[in-house]
Design a protein around this ligand. Structure first.
Ligand code: UGA
Length: 437
């Protein structure tokens, strides 16, 4: 098929490259010229394992194209995927202005085609891939009709994405499910056909259900994390180990072990934003959600409690120095958006503590914060009062703990992700503190 993907952010670029790799002809569009020029040269603007080579390979094979020209890219496509950002506004409501703007442009493209070839108007499926509030499908349809695009020329579909940063390509190729929300059987067939090569479980729903499935899924995963963090807080008070508790709970198939890792809480560009949006949506429709509000409260509490743990261990905050291992919101990405580590840094700096950071994916200080970034983990640890692990990058398992001990001023390891075995670390002569153990 010929596909236009609007937006070359995380979702757009991964989707575009993977669809091209399945043999489709994909036109990726972005209004940011420098980004498009970079992509043409093979420069992916963020880190995602395997993406750069997939982009290059498909670009060279002439299946993947990059352009700033939305109208002509839409014109030549059968399917148009909208994958632009919907960031949170102050109120928690998602900002849908980018979706509205591109819908206006899509209308221009559809009308241009009508004028040029009246006899052969081509039906297009307009797909919302961006995470959008329930009702957005109706808004997109309304805009297109108001702009006089004939009804028979298009269908609007909701097809939310469930990719995780760090494993986005594998998630695209092996999805647990693909959700297609539409109100027209022709559109179901076109998008069903697009995903047929993946051999995945496809669910057909109404547009509104598909839109809500995305928010409900992210909110549930965040709730699982906050739930286990609450249990971790109870574990600390009664002397149980949350890792043992989670492992045994997870063996119950109805519960499952995934997303039961206690720690400093969730971050990233999705869970915080999507929870706020769902709460906003519920309130707007006359319902005050209780669990969703608690999920956020617990997530904030985890940071407070963790910072207190660090402060209690330092003899005095004045002139203290700590080394953070990791800064990104999770391993496998350089994404710092809503990273719990940044909130910890902010609170520690307020107390006058000097912060050294080592993150495998960070080579310079891209934050506005007063932190020092090191390219060598042992140099970062030199003279610190404690090593504080905040992102569980696999390479932190292979540290030379003799060198760690020699570098630190005091042999203290505070583990915000329960990445280490407390017994082993204590045997190596460290004082160890995890979360909920
Ligand atoms: C999340 C969802 O997992 C994806 O399915 C979804 O498509 C995506 O949001 C999105 O809406 O675009 P992502 O934000 O990339 O994906 O990352 P996750 O792997 O879900 O992790 C989110 C946060 O939860 C991280 O800060 C992670 O450290 C934390 N987490 C995760 C825990 O604290 N404990 C866990 O057990 C699991």
């Amino acid at each position: 098929m010929k596909i236009c993907v609007i937006g070359t952010g995380y979702v757009g670029l991964v989707t575009g490259a993977c669809l091209a790799n399945l043999g489709n002809e994909v036109f990726c569009v972005d209004k940011e010229k420098s980004r498009v020029h970079g992509l043409i040269k093979g420069q992916v603007p963020f880190f995602e394992a395997g993406l750069e080579s997939l982009v290059l390979q498909n670009f060279k094979a002439k299946r993947l194209f990059f352009s700033t020209d939305l109208v002509s890219s839409v014109e030549r496509s059968d399917v148009v995927l909208i994958a632009v950002g919907t960031p949170s506004k102050e109120s928690g409501q998602p900002d849908i202005s980018a979706v509205i703007e591109v819908t206006g442009e899509i209308a221009r493209a559809l009308k241009k085609r009508t004028k040029k070839r009246r006899s052969n108007q081509k039906y297009k499926v307009i797909v919302n891939k961006s995470t959008v509030p329930v009702g957005m499908g109706d808004i997109v349809t309304k805009i297109l009709l108001e702009k006089n695009v004939p009804k028979k020329m298009f269908a609007v579909v909701s097809n939310p994405e469930f990719l995780r940063e760090g494993s986005a390509i594998a998630d695209f190729l092996h999805p647990d499910r693909i959700v297609i929300g539409a109100s027209d059987s022709r559109a179901f067939n076109v998008i069903g056909e697009l995903y047929r090569p993946l051999n995945a479980h496809i669910i057909f729903t109404s547009i509104k259900s598909a839109e809500l499935i995305k928010y409900a899924s992210n909110a549930f995963l965040a709730a699982k994390i906050s739930f286990i963090n609450e249990i971790a807080n109870i574990c600390e008070r009664v002397g149980a180990d949350v890792k043992e508790v989670a492992s045994a709970m997870g063996l119950d198939k109805r519960i499952g072990r995934e997303f039961l890792n206690a720690g400093i809480g969730y971050g990233g560009s999705c869970f915080p934003k999507d929870l706020s949006a769902l709460i906003h949506l519920a309130r707007e429709n006359g319902y005050n959600p209780k669990i969703l509000n608690s999920v956020i409260d617990i997530n904030e509490f985890q940071i407070e409690a963790f910072v207190k743990k660090i402060l209690n261990l330092l003899e005095k905050a004045d002139n203290a120095q700590i080394t953070l291992l990791g800064l990104s919101f999770k391993p496998g990405t350089d994404d710092l958006r809503a990273a719990p580590a940044l909130k910890i840094v902010e609170k520690l700096i307020e107390k006058g503590i000097k912060i050294n950071v080592y993150d495998p994916c960070l080579r310079k200080n891209t934050t506005q914060m007063r932190i020092e970034i090191f390219n060598d983990v042992y140099l970062a640890l030199k003279g610190s009062d404690a090593m504080v692990l905040v992102t569980e990058w696999p390479e932190f398992q292979g540290l030379d703990f003799d060198r760690v001990k020699n570098a630190l001023k005091r042999p203290i390891i505070i583990d915000g992700r329960n990445a280490y075995d407390p017994k082993k670390i204590k045997e190596l002569g460290f004082m160890y503190l995890g979360v909920g153990r």
